[in-house]
Design a binder for this molecule. Structure first.
Ligand code: ADP
Ligand code: ASP
Ligand code: MG
Length: 627
């Protein structure tokens, strides 16, 4: 007998017939002798409908009342499902978040779960009842009973948090597709089902736009080692397993807000190559990194940012040992790029920085917490360290700094984030990274999950592709280039709870009134666009930077795969796929296991399709989406 948590999404409970089908599945699970908790979303598009209603009354409704409103959707489905179970002769009881005691932070509309009282659920389970819990909602305190919601898509997070708190054997997420696919089947019908994916990869995919799982649900599964399966509520197919490394014992208090940063990592031995003023047209990145891949040179970070006029900067880092060869490739290519720009005043130029180090903070707890990156920048600024490049992913922030600052950066970051374990020197050989990952996975295999985990060699370089059409780009012109600027800028946004992604500083310097300045571009979600622009505009004269430009017409397309570490040709293949479709890349940002490109919004779906097919991810069968 197992303790199982099942979660059913909106489409899965979208009609009376669907609720009855869910009741059948749930009661069959209980009849097999399992203890069962079922978490449900609101029926169909109910939540969207409620949002629309509110907007008809107020353009800016207060968040408390929005939570009061949106939480009603789930209350309908728990009651109906509980009735349907009883009709089948299966004892059941429905409970709201408040009745369970799902205690969250007092942050309306995006609360994080602090802890879950399990006594009442356990009591009802012991009475032989299926317990049906409303997803997406909690309360900020057991005295005030203020209703909070977890953020759109948050029922997945309710389910995994309940599973972790109850010590369940597994958490099953039932949805309208057969499992986790190589990309969104609504956009690319020949997307392929994965049998499994690591939680690291899924975290990236989910936060880069694959809405099949709420990223915070993956984070909890990863932190608590909770076996998580995503599958269709229409069939009996096995779906996709999200594999997590074996977890350390962990408190169930402060469930979602415990340690944000778990490790400080560094690589003291990098070099940076930047190509300035390359033409802003399709094919440039493909050409540069194509040559680099031909030489089998392994590139670490890649960034590209936008600029006034019609040129870009592309910068990348390599291990110092291969700098000479990487530099030679860049030098060889620059003249060809120069002739494309056509004007002498805009010549491409290679700039090399021989002695740089990469320093990173990592931890799943930083997801959606904008203050963490700002805290890192502030810590580095307090030690007088200037940041040359920034690269962010949901679970890691990396900064490229002068190599001579590496030791003091490690010290200040370990102190700031209270890291007592030794900082990790990034293995020079990427093979070692793979071996480490592989060890983690195989430990898990032997303990609880009896599934085949791919060996290091088999880890696919690209596991999935995601498209995010809900981002906008902001660019700040002429930001004074001195320590502390990134800290101040992103600190301001963090205070407004605005999460920032793809932060890219321009490589070229513009001197204004004798002071060097750079442009900084980054992306935020559409919902935060106006607030971010306003916040930055208000501080412009005090902090001494120029205008803030907002571009709403962007799409972010990303590839994710743990096996891309140490595989030279992966980035090139992505860039070449875009070039072949004549799609211009506006921004590039990479982390160890992902590469993201910003392109024009109109070209987002074609970009996704081109990349998906370039990596051979298409399957032979068309995936059915129930809607
Ligand atoms: P639910 O209501 O069950 O929570 P969601 O709409 O939140 O369902 O998530 C399921 C949807 O996620 C699918 O219908 C699909 O369109 C979309 N999706 C995006 N990326 C992926 C992916 N990589 N794999 C599967 N589905 C995806
Ligand atoms: N009903 C909520 C939403 O639509 C939560 C969820 O479905 O996960 O966002
Ligand atoms: Mg969902």
């Amino acid at each position: 007998m197992s303790l199982v948590v099942q979660k059913y999404g909106g489409t899965s409970v979208g009609s009376v017939e669907r609720i009855q089908a869910v009741a059948q599945r749930a009661s069959a699970t209980a009849q097999k002798g399992n203890s069962l908790v079922v978490v449900v979303s609101a029926m169909g598009k109910t939540t969207d409908g409620l949002v629309k209603l509110a907007r008809e009354i107020s353009t800016n409704p207060c968040r408390r009342e929005m939570d009061m409103l949106l939480s009603t959707g789930e209350q309908v489905s728990i009651a109906l499902l509980s009735m349907a179970l009883k009709e089948l002769g299966q004892p059941a009881i429905s409970l709201t978040g408040a009745q369970v005691g799902i205690v969250t932070e007092a942050q309306h509309s995006h609360a994080r779960i602090l802890h879950i009282q399990t006594e009442r659920i356990v009591r009802h389970l012991n009475e032989g009842k299926v317990v049906v819990v409303a997803g997406f909602q909690g309360i900020s305190s057991t005295e005030e009973l203020e209703i909070t919601t977890l953020g759109r898509g948050g029922s997945d997070t309710s389910a995994v948090a309940l599973a972790a708190s109850l010590g369940a054997d597994r958490c099953e997420i039932y949805t309208d597709v057969p499992g986790i696919l190589t990309t969104d089947p609504r956009l690319v019908p020949d997307a392929q089902l994965m049998e499994e994916i690591t939680s690291d990869e899924m975290l990236e995919l989910a936060s880069l736009g694959a809405k099949v799982l709420h990223p915070r649900a993956v984070e909890i599964a990863r932190n608590y080692g909770m076996p998580l399966v995503v599958l269709s509520s229409w069939t009996d197919e096995p779906g996709t397993l999200v594999v997590s490394p074996m977890s350390q014992p962990r408190s169930l208090r402060d469930l979602e807000i415990a340690r944000s940063v778990t490790t400080v990592e560094f690589d003291p031995d990098q070099a940076k190559v930047a190509l300035l003023r390359v033409p802003d047209c399709p094919g440039v990145a493909a050409r540069l990194f194509g040559e680099i891949a031909l030489q089998e040179l392994d590139v670490d970070l890649i960034i590209q940012s936008i600029h006034e006029g019609n040129t870009n900067d592309i910068a990348f880092t390599v291990n110092s040992a291969i700098l000479k060869r990487a530099e030679a490739v860049a030098e060889a290519i620059a003249p060809a790029l120069r002739s494309q720009t056509g004007t002498d005043s805009q010549e491409a130029e290679v700039m090399v920085d021989r002695n740089v180090a990469k320093i990173s903070i990592a931890g799943a707890g930083m997801i959606g917490r904008p203050g963490i990156a700002a805290k890192m920048f502030t810590a580095l600024a307090s030690a007088g360290i200037n940041i040359g490049m920034i690269s962010t992913s949901e679970v890691k922030v990396s900064c490229v700094i002068d190599a001579q600052d590496c030791d003091s950066a490690i010290a200040i970051l370990c102190q700031t984030f209270e890291i007592s374990s030794s900082p990790i020197q990034i293995p020079v050989s990427s093979a070692e990274v793979l071996v480490l990952k592989d060890k983690e996975s195989s430990r898990k295999t032997s303990t609880s999950l009896n599934v085949g985990i791919p060996t290091a060699k088999e880890l696919p370089s690209v596991r999935g592709v995601a498209l995010d059409l809900n981002q906008v780009r902001l660019a700040i012109r002429n930001v004074p280039d001195h320590p502390g600027m990134a800290a101040q800028l992103f600190g301001l946004l963090a205070k407004e709870n605005i999460s920032v992604d793809m932060i890219i500083q321009s490589q070229r310097c513009r001197v204004i009134d004798g002071n060097p300045t750079r442009d900084i571009a980054f992306t935020v979600s559409q919902a935060d666009a106006q607030a971010a622009q306003m916040t930055l505009q208000q501080a412009a004269s005090i902090l001494g930077y120029g205008t803030i430009l907002l571009d709403q017409e962007i799409a972010k397309v990303s590839i994710v795969g743990a096996g891309m570490v140490g595989q030279p040709g992966v980035a090139t293949r992505m860039f070449a796929a875009l070039a072949a479709e004549q799609i211009n890349i506006q921004m590039i940002a990479t982390s160890e296991i992902k590469i993201s490109c910003v392109v024009n919004k109109e070209q987002g779906v074609s970009a996704l399709k081109a990349i998906h097919s370039a990596f051979g991810l298409a399957g032979s069968q068309k995936i059915e989406v129930r809607a």
